[in-house]
Design a binder for this molecule. Structure first.
Ligand SMILES: *Cc1c(COP(=O)(O)O)cnc(C)c1O
Length: 462
């Protein structure tokens, strides 16, 4: 029985898929502080123009530059596995497949966009890229990409992770990046916060503010900022995951997929896997497409569709998305990459259209799923990824009850070898579920009352 499929380097997709060309209802534009749509020029100090062009493109297929393909081919195409041992443990008639993005050198899907973004910056003459990182997944992916392309990389890492999670910081250092704890004394935003709260643990919102400030205030003009999820161009770069998966399923003789599942923080690995299948769904295929989030940060399942800022400090434009409010601070669950208040606008619009059926799962069920997966398939998944596994198991059990031979595909977004302390807490029985109480949901969302509201536009087909 064949349990994995590789593609050759020649079979790697040569183009990314842009769902903006096929969405039945268009995305609404990002808005500036005055409530008017922002223009590409307004983003020019933050991102290079070639990336801004990609951000607003509605071209269906976009060529992947040769040099980007050459670097991606260091670990791509990634394998697609059949989870036979997991199927057996569950006694399900379903066939479960997973796309393994954990094989990249930094250990997740994130370098797919980090390499592309670093390359476009270099093409544009940029010498140095700044970014923020929480637990360090994105910072390490960008550090990796910059080192291969010969760019400087500066990472503002949330103070508490900087102190508690030295390993990803050391990965960044190994790849030649400079990693500082945020808030830092290097930016005005950081100094202001430190003056008021000298012992603050920091936050992603503060780190974003510092990274943007460090980019736009460089007097040489050769620094730009980079974001690892949420934006259209990031999701675009990730579609190579789903495009490869389609070829691999075909090679295995699978004619139809019934369920596609991914975990969703800002939405990039989910969209990367799912959007090529959502394209089939738009054109008539019957597929359930499920983004999965934690019950403690229920952006898609309980958050309203609003215009909101991408960061706490309100430096980013207003984006039309599902959001719990830019002031929302999620409980300290271990899946750090899923602790984000918003959701990619493209994913949000696909939810509004009824093309996706989001689901929220409790932390303990996710760890149970992760441990079962590790003990059957062998790979120890990232805490974020465990949400996709838990949903795949739910679907496989449903198929067993219905007695149906469903085909289930999920994204293995990363391994958990840098996140074993979460497993430690789970084994010691120290983990709890944090379903978000209604009372805590309200306040951050109420902050959005004065902001413009996006239209809810749907074609009514799904
Ligand atoms: C960052 C991360 C996520 C969440 O980010 P998305 O943009 O939603 O994909 C999920 N899994 C892993 C392993 C991550 O590192």
């Amino acid at each position: 029985m064949q349990t994995k499929v590789y593609l050759t380097d020649e079979e790697m997709p040569r183009q990314w898929y842009n769902i903006a060309a096929d969405l039945p209802s268009p995305l609404q534009p990002p808005l500036g502080p005055d409530g008017n749509p922002i223009t590409p020029d307004m983003l020019a100090p933050v991102f290079p123009m070639n990336i801004i062009e990609q951000e607003v493109s509605t071209q269906r297929w976009i060529d992947i530059p040769e040099e980007v393909l050459a670097i991606l081919s260091k670990w791509r195409p990634t394998p697609l596995h059949r989870a036979l041992a997991l199927e057996k443990a569950l006694g399900t008639p379903a066939r479960i497949y997973y796309k393994n993005e954990s094989v990249s050198p930094p250990g997740s899907h994130k370098p797919n966009t980090a390499v592309a973004q670093a390359w476009y910056n270099k093409q544009f003459g940029i010498k140095r890229i700044t970014t923020e990182t929480g637990a360090g997944q994105w910072g390490s992916a960008l550090a990796f990409a910059c080192s291969l392309l010969g760019l400087e990389c500066k990472v503002f890492m949330v103070r508490i992770s900087f102190d508690q999670k030295p390993f990803r910081k050391l990965m960044m250092q190994t790849w030649g990046a400079t990693c500082v704890a945020s808030p830092s004394t290097e930016t005005q935003a950081g100094r202001q916060i430190l003056a008021k709260h000298p012992n603050t643990p920091g936050s992603l919102g503060i780190a974003i503010s510092e990274a943007i400030e460090a980019a736009v205030t460089d007097p040489t003009g050769a620094t730009r900022y980079s974001l690892g999820s949420v934006l259209n161009h990031v999701l675009l770069h990730q579609t190579i995951i789903g495009l490869e998966s389609k070829k691999q399923l075909e090679k295995l003789g699978e004619k139809k997929v019934d369920v596609v599942i991914g975990c969703a923080g800002g939405g990039s690995n989910f969209a990367g896997l799912a959007f090529p299948f959502v394209n089939d769904k738009i054109h008539g295929a019957d597929i359930a497409v499920i983004p999965v989030e934690p019950t403690s940060c229920p952006t898609m399942t309980r958050g309203p569709f609003v215009y909101d800022h991408g960061d706490t400090a309100k430096m980013t434009p207003l984006l039309p998305m599902h959001s719990l409010g830019h002031d929302f601070i999620p409980p300290p669950i271990h899946a750090g990459g899923l602790r984000y208040h918003g959701m990619a606008p493209l994913v949000s619009q696909a939810i509004i259209e009824g093309l996706l059926t989001p689901r929220a799962i409790d932390q303990i069920e996710c760890y149970e799923a992760a441990v079962l997966f590790a003990r059957t398939e062998g790979i120890i998944p990232a805490p974020e990824t465990s949400h996709a596994i838990a949903a795949a198991i739910q679907e496989a059990k449903k198929a067993r009850e219905e007695g149906r031979e469903k085909v289930i595909l999920f994204g293995l977004s990363g391994h958990g070898l840098m996140d074993l302390s979460g497993y430690d807490n789970f084994f010691q029985g120290k983990l709890t579920n944090y379903p978000l109480p209604e009372s805590e949901m309200g306040s951050a969302i109420r902050e959005l009352n004065g902001l413009p509201k996006p239209k809810v536009v749907r074609s009514g087909k799904w």
